[in-house]
Design a protein around this ligand. Structure first.
Ligand code: SIN
Length: 365
């Protein structure tokens, strides 16, 4: 009974930087006092999709590797002590680098999660995934799944054969989070390098660092060590959008703004059949006059336009540098361009197309 309230007590009593260490110490003490027998452990299902976490060395260079080469079972077998936290089963959904992540795998994951959500014997789900597009998959699953059960995405920055591979520890901690009742009702989470992130804010920030994932606007939602799981605040309200019965999702293109950009990228996107456009704008989601004029024409033609920023953090708000009311645009607020795109795909799939229908989905709670 005491366990869930420890992080909260620590947060009340201590400054933020010391609260996590406090919660870890207190929780670890309690965990060592209450060992569980294997049959009592929660059941966690691993859905493997590939990525560097399942990568194996390739002789082309010192750090060269092939993503997705190691099976789900072999991944689990490589983590000492993982069976002390959960009863585990593994399913291979895909074996791809996440640069090749696609709607077909997204739909398979969403459908499998729905089935596992209905199984009362399953406590949580872990998805192994490449880090490159993990944030997009996390947001997609966060939006289209309705279960309270933890859905935890995990990856690694170093392949399984590397010196100091980070995958085994990340996987251990992901399983711990998925098995932890405190993770319920938080939607899709991303676990990497002892840190727990929410799907909306998390983003990959570094090409090589094991601390690549950051939640640049609101901060991580929790921390994890091989001894304990702690969350810094109660779960935020969930948002839900229905998954269309079958793919494909509507085509939504991202227009990247830069000095000297003209209307050509917007025109090409519209010509390619885009049903929605996201601007990865400069600064506050802005772009050259030519680009804005082309986007305005697209919006007038019924193609929803959402302005985000290429800066990486901070909000893009309505009617600051541009008159969104007049232009017919929506502002992405805290959604980074790649995630603003996933959200717009689902909004369009749910028939939400006008700025009045689109804009509220981007606003914070
Ligand atoms: C990928 O995203 O599949 C490659 C990079 C990684 O997993 O870290």
């Amino acid at each position: 009974m005491l366990l869930p309230s420890l992080p909260v007590l620590c947060r009340r009593a201590l400054p933020f930087s010391r609260a996590f260490a406090c919660a870890m110490t207190l929780t670890a003490t309690l965990l060592t006092q209450t060992p569980a027998s294997a049959a009592d452990l929660p059941r966690v299902v691993l859905l493997a999709t590939g990525g560097t976490i399942a990568g194996a060395a390739d002789p082309r260079s010192q750090s060269g590797y092939n993503a997705g080469a190691v099976s789900a079972e072999a991944l689990l077998a490589s983590v000492p002590g993982i069976g002390m936290h959960a009863q585990l089963t593994a399913e291979q959904i895909a074996s791809i680098g996440s640069q090749d992540m696609n709607e077909s795998v997204w739909f398979q994951l969403a459908q499998r999660i729905d089935a596992l959500a209905k199984d009362p014997g399953v406590a949580g789900i872990v998805i192994t995934h490449g880090t490159d597009t993990m944030e997009e998959t996390a947001l997609f699953l966060d939006l289209v799944t309705a279960t309270d059960k933890p859905i935890v995405l995990v990856g690694a920055m170093r392949p399984s054969t590397a010196v100091s591979a980070d995958g085994p520890r990340n996987l251990l901690e992901a399983v711990m989070v998925a098995a932890d009742p405190k993770a319920k009702g938080r939607g899709a989470l991303v676990v990497l390098n002892d840190t727990i992130h929410g799907a909306r804010d998390v983003t990959k920030t570094n090409t090589v660092s094991v601390q690549t994932f950051q939640s640049l606007n609101f901060g991580a939602v929790g921390g994890v060590s091989p001894d304990a799981v702690a969350f810094y605040a109660p779960p935020a309200p969930r948002r839900h959008l229905d998954l269309p019965a079958a793919g494909p999702l509507p085509r939504v293109e991202i227009i990247y703004a830069y000095a000297g950009v003209d209307a050509a990228p917007v025109d090409a996107a519209v010509k390619s059949g885009a049903r929605g456009l996201v601007l990865a704008g400069v600064g506050d989601g802005n772009a050259s006059k030519a680009t804005i004029a082309a986007l305005q024409a697209a919006a007038k033609a019924g193609i929803p336009v959402v302005r985000a920023s290429r800066t990486g953090s901070g909000p893009v708000l309505r009617n600051i540098e541009l008159n969104d009311d007049e232009l017919g645009f929506s502002a992405a607020a805290f959604y980074a361009p790649a995630k603003a795109r996933v959200l717009l795909q689902l909004l369009i799939a749910n028939g939400r197309i006008t700025p009045a229908q689109v804009q509220p989905a981007y606003l914070p709670d």
